[in-house]
Structure formats: structure tokens, C-alpha cells
Write a protein that binds this ligand. Structure first.
Ligand code: F6R
Length: 244
């Protein structure tokens, strides 16, 4: 795993965008998983701008949505689907067969997990997975205590996730379950890139990078990834003992 500490969120976002663009440049049919959330927002905006400015062929890559709130429809602005449509899918005009998002409204959630796993494996697995980190160390909705061997699954959300998750919604929303790619997807992705920014992420980044590797802090799995990239800013790195 490589740790890169940037001056601020803007520098971090430029580097993350560059890495995603270079992945598609090197392998136009890449399969890339995108997290939602505040952290990668600028990176995605820079990514779509760079792709168009540099005329990189983006018609052959596949986008996978990392996760979704169960029971939240895609037209809700707090949904992960709405976030990815607004910030990546629509700006790039991706074709319907070019992306796969979880349906958090389906009555067959186990079937939805199987369908997602098949969609990914039929395309040769993930080339790159872009993730953020929750205040409790979650990755996607892989909450503390999750099995590292799971592919897609449905999970009861941690209280911290349900509470912090309100920031994405205009109105208070009941968030009890999530549907998510598993830690196994991250472990098997050719490259895994974790982004974290801001002081509020400093304690969990310290636990992630300097604590014991354990599923009590799922993000610690990044340290075992042979091609793991951790991009954080100075504020998120402020509690690290050994800062690079
Ligand atoms: C969202 C997701 C979550 C977020 C994490 C950080 O798709 O998978 O794990 O990445 O909660 O969210 P932000 O970036 O809003 O701090």
C-alpha cells in the first residue's frame, strides 16, 4: 500500500482524477467502481472534465456503483444512484449498458446482489475501486465486524452511518440497511484507491493506518492490498505518527 499526503482536498482530487483517467487511457475497457459521497465529488468533476479535454475514449469502460441505501429510490437526491448519475454518468453520457448501480428498492435484494456479482465477474472483475471512508472506518457499507470474504450483500447500517448519512438528504430519512459491494471485491480489485479529507477523518485515518488490521475497522484491509493507494490531505493526516 502506498500512502500519499496532499496539501489539501483540491490537490488530492486532482491526483485521484488523474489516476482514474490514466486507468481508462491504459485500458479503455476498464471496470471501475465509484463510491458516492462528499470526498470524491471534486475528483469526479475533474475526472469528467479531463476525459473530455484530453479526448480519452470513455465509451468502453464500465462504471459500477459501490453501494446504495435500501429503500431509497434513485430519484431521491440523497441516493447513491442520483449522485453517480449527476456527477459521472450524465456528464459523460454513459450508455445504459455501460454502468450498473444497485437497486435499493427491489423486493429481491439477494437476487440484486447475485446480479451485481455476475455483472462484475462477467467483465473480468474490477480494475479499480475508488472508495471513501466512513467515520467508523466503513468502506462502502461494509460496517465494523463485517466478513472480509463477502461479495455483494445487504447489511444493517451502523448507528454512526445512519446518523452521518443524514447529511446527504434534504429531509430526515430512515436509513437502516445498505446494499454494498463486499470487502472481497476490494481485495480482488487490481487497484484499490481510498480517499479521505478533512480533520473529522483524522482519528479514523490514524486507526486505519496505525491501528491493528481488523474488520472492526474495515478500511485497515487497504494495508494488505498489493496495489492499495491511500490519498489523504494534511488535515486527515494530522494525527498520524509518521507523516509522509
Ligand atoms: C458512499 C460510501 C461511503 C462513503 C463514506 C464517506 O458510496 O460508500 O462508504 O464513502 O461514508 O463519505 P463522505 O465522502 O461523504 O465522507
Amino acid at each position: 500500500m502506498i500512502l500519499n499526503v496532499f496539501d489539501d482536498h483540491t490537490d488530492l482530487s486532482f491526483q485521484a482524477a488523474r489516476i482514474i483517467c490514466d486507468q481508462i487511457k491504459a485500458k479503455p475497457d476498464s471496470v471501475i467502481c465509484f463510491a458516492s459521497g462528499e470526498t470524491p465529488l471534486s475528483a469526479y468533476s475533474l475526472f469528467t472534465t479531463l476525459m473530455m479535454a484530453e479526448q480519452i475514449d470513455y465509451q468502453h469502460f464500465t462504471l459500477i456503483g459501490l453501494d446504495e441505501w435500501v429503500g431509497v429510490p434513485p430519484e431521491n437526491h440523497g441516493s447513491c444512484a442520483w449522485f453517480l448519475r449527476t456527477n459521472v454518468i450524465n456528464p459523460l453520457n454513459l450508455l445504459p449498458g455501460q454502468y450498473r448501480l444497485f437497486d435499493g428498492m427491489t423486493s429481491d435484494l439477494p437476487g440484486e446482489c447475485v446480479a451485481m456479482d455476475e455483472f462484475i465477474s462477467e467483465r473480468g472483475g474490477l480494475d479499480l475501486i475508488v472508495v471513501g471512508i466512513g467515520m467508523n472506518g466503513h468502506i462502502g457499507f461494509n460496517e465494523p465486524g463485517v466478513s472480509p470474504d463477502l461479495y455483494s450483500h445487504v447489511i444493517e447500517l451502523d448507528e454512526i452511518t445512519s446518523t452521518v448519512g443524514q447529511k446527504y438528504f434534504k429531509e430526515e430519512t430512515r436509513l437502516t440497511k445498505g446494499i454494498t459491494l463486499g470487502i472481497r471485491h476490494l481485495r480482488e480489485a487490481k487497484t484499490a484507491m481510498l480517499l479521505a479529507s478533512g480533520e473529522r477523518k483524522a482519528p479514523i485515518m490514524k486507526a486505519t493506518l496505525e491501528g491493528e488490521i481488523s474488520m472492526e475497522v474495515p478500511a485497515t484491509i487497504m494495508r494488505e492490498h498489493p496495489n492499495g493507494l491511500v490519498l489523504i490531505d494534511q488535515k486527515a493526516a494530522s494525527l498520524l505518527t509518521a507523516r509522509e
